[in-house]
Write a protein that binds this ligand. Sequence first.
Ligand code: TYM
Length: 345
Amino acid sequence: MELKERVFSGMQPTGSLHLGNYLGAMVQWIEMQKTHECIYCVVDLHAITVWQDPKELRDAIRQVTAAYIASGLDPKTSILFNQSQVAAHAELAWVFNCVARLGWLNRMTQFKEKAGKDRENASVGLYAYPNLMAADILAYRATHVPVGEDQKQHLELARDIAQKFNNDFRAEIEAKGYADGLFFPQPEPVITGPATRVMSLRDGTKKMSKSDPSDLSRINLTDDADTIARKVQKAKTDPEPLPSETAGLAGRPEADNLVGIYAALAGKTKAGVLAEFGGQQFSAFKKSFAEVAVGRLGPIGEEVRRLTADPAEIDRVLADGSARARAIAAPIMDEVKDIVGLIRS
Ligand code: TYM
């Protein structure tokens, strides 16, 4: 049996999406719709690994779904759904909890960052989070996973889990007719968005993130023109003018980040941006930056607001996507049960 190329990726509904999500992943997701069968998930089960207010979570799931559509994902071509509606994710995650080793999870840097000093008080779900992520991908036997750079380690773990499962159950897998014991593919990370690591506007050494307490650190897809202009205005810079060549960005994390974002938004290279603004002060550059950002994000924000005004319609999109996702994942999960030795009806 040959493995078909299939794309899977997801985002957490823990607040509104920001420029990092958009440039690091979403732009690539949209591109891949043209060439691949794509499954894009709102990973609500991942969101509850840290406390979420139930009402805010419901709103966030709908808002992220709206942002997917507003950014250019087509719910007719691609499958758009929320994770908790497809039982295979949680079921396969349990099997993977029994395949992955404690030592593997102990190496995950994101858990260390998120759990912080109070590790004993982190949820078990937060620790096992990467196993659920592997299940998300492999429940569809997906082969390609477009993400930002911060997800690289989790994807390496997903590959290790796929391989260990294939090895552990090789005899059963081959008995089912899979050549070379290849039941799960090794999912490939696709880290090729226009900016795979967007940094905070307040600190060029920190990743732009939904969980940063300062809203000034990020540009949200739903920010209006005034808010974007204000955040750009307040973005941290250094006292030097912009360099004329990219080598001059070394050791200047804030300048490097802003030039990188500008280039990604305007569809230019960093060198091209510096050819235009090299030698100038940040004030002129920031003015143009805000215009480019508003031009690109303004229509997305407006469309999100329009779509979220009709939550029932969003729920219909999610129900339809979930049914289509289930139709792919359920037979794969049935096979997993056979392979592992579980009896199913
Ligand atoms: P999440 O929700 O943190 O982020 C969603 C996507 O946005 C990318 N991203 C960034 N890219 C560049 N610069 C940034 N500052 C930045 N911040 C976020 C992320 O790399 C990601 O691609 N665990 C995942 C969600 C997930 C998933 C999956 C992804 C669950 N299951 C299966 C792929 C496949 C996460 O928390 O992403």
